[in-house]
Write a protein that binds this ligand. Structure first.
Ligand code: ZN
Ligand code: ZN
Length: 365
């Protein structure tokens, strides 16, 4: 794909405007943002310690001396204040802005921290607003879509390379290390999560982190990994055969693949997230493996590797243009083995763009 129309910097101003437009509806005068990914999203700050106080017409960025220089370079649209004790400064700012109702990220601020905030901000009504930023971040802007596309492309190169390392006699951990080293050399900032290499009976563990077990002929190997590139995550799974797996294992693979295709066909704006899940689930049930698919079909991906929306039987979200979701059905039969196939899809007008491109024909290594 060409880089035409590439957006070089995040539109933090637009994101802030959208956040501000929500404050009144939540009946708050300001929001205290504590989730560091949300701070990156709103202010462009890539460090690891900061707070934001955002009202309809102003915004404060608070950090300590370690990050003052970095904040001056990165943060736009906020008054930058350096603190020794963040809470003292938050208290001072909240008082000067005459904030009476302050929203806070109840899905991020832990209970001990909440108690401290409550004590410091006596007289201010604290209102939990857990979904405020979650909802905003679910729909990616063009800058983000491009970053995620780049992350997925890098990840694909790791899958191409993986074929070299997933060999009979090689320990799962060794294979994971080789692939991860390749991806880091190729530019990944970090892996998005602990790489899953689950071979043989372990492939029936949906989250079988790479172990000391050696890969053997006749097994399925589930490789689920992701990279973080420029702050944006990717997430993909392929299941490979080693030697010649049994017909039963091969059947499991084919059912998962068919289910994933049906689910991907559903992805478009306006579709209920749970419909994507039920497309995959119905196929797996019909083939007699309904009891072996215990997790949801997917999740949003972005600054966090798991974020809104969730794609499962209980999902209440509706897909919108700009969302990036995974589609990852699986079958896990204890004592036998399992398979999962996962791709990332960007929801676009009329359908979706698949961001992960590693081929899915059953590949025997
Ligand atoms: Zn995954
Ligand atoms: Zn995933």
């Amino acid at each position: 794909m060409s880089d035409k129309g590439r957006v070089e910097s995040p539109d933090t101003g637009g994101r802030l405007r959208r956040l501000r437009s929500l404050l009144e509806g939540h009946r708050i005068d300001a929001v205290l943002v504590t989730d560091i990914k949300n701070i990156r999203y709103l202010a462009g700050f890539t460090g690891s310690s900061a707070y934001l106080v955002v009202t309809v017409d102003t915004g404060y960025f608070i950090t300590d001396s370690r990050y003052a220089g970095q904040a001056a370079l990165e943060v736009k649209g906020f008054r930058i204040r350096q603190c020794r004790k963040a809470l003292d400064l938050i208290k001072e700012i909240v008082a000067s802005l005459k904030v009476k109702r302050l929203g806070f990220e109840s899905n991020n601020l832990n209970y001990a921290a909440y108690l401290k905030v409550r004590k410091a901000l006596k007289g201010v009504r604290l209102k939990p607003t857990p979904g405020l930023l979650t909802g905003l971040r679910a729909g990616k802007d063009r800058f983000e879509a491009q970053r995620i596309r780049d992350s997925a492309r890098l990840l694909d190169s790791g899958y191409e390379k993986a074929e070299e390392f997933l060999r009979p006699g090689v320990a799962e951990k060794t294979a994971a290390l080789e692939i991860e080293t390749f991806l880091k050399r190729a530019g990944a900032d970090a892996m998005a999560f602990d790489t899953i290499v689950a071979s043989g009976l372990r492939s029936a563990l949906p989250h079988g982190k790479a172990s000391d077990k050696k890969i053997r002929k006749g097994e399925l190997v589930v490789l689920d990994m992701g990279v973080c590139l420029n702050g944006y995550n990717s997430d993909e799974t392929r299941t490979f055969g080693v030697g010649r797996p049994s017909l039963k294992l091969r059947e499991i693979y084919d059912v998962v693949r068919g289910a994933q295709e049906l689910a991907i066909e559903k992805v478009r704006p306006g579709v209920a997230a749970k419909e994507v899940d039920s497309a995959a689930r119905a196929r797996i049930e019909k083939k007699g493996y309904g009891g072996f698919f215990g997790h949801g079909t997917g999740h949003g991906v972005g600054l966090d590797v798991h974020e809104a929306p969730t794609i499962g039987p209980a999902s209440r979200e509706t897909l919108e243009e700009g969302m990036v979701i995974t589609v990852e059905p699986g079958i896990y039969v204890p004592g036998l083995g399992g398979a999962r196939i996962e791709d990332m899809a960007l929801v676009v007008r009329g359908g979706c763009e698949i961001l992960t491109r590693t081929p899915k024909d059953f590949l025997c290594l």
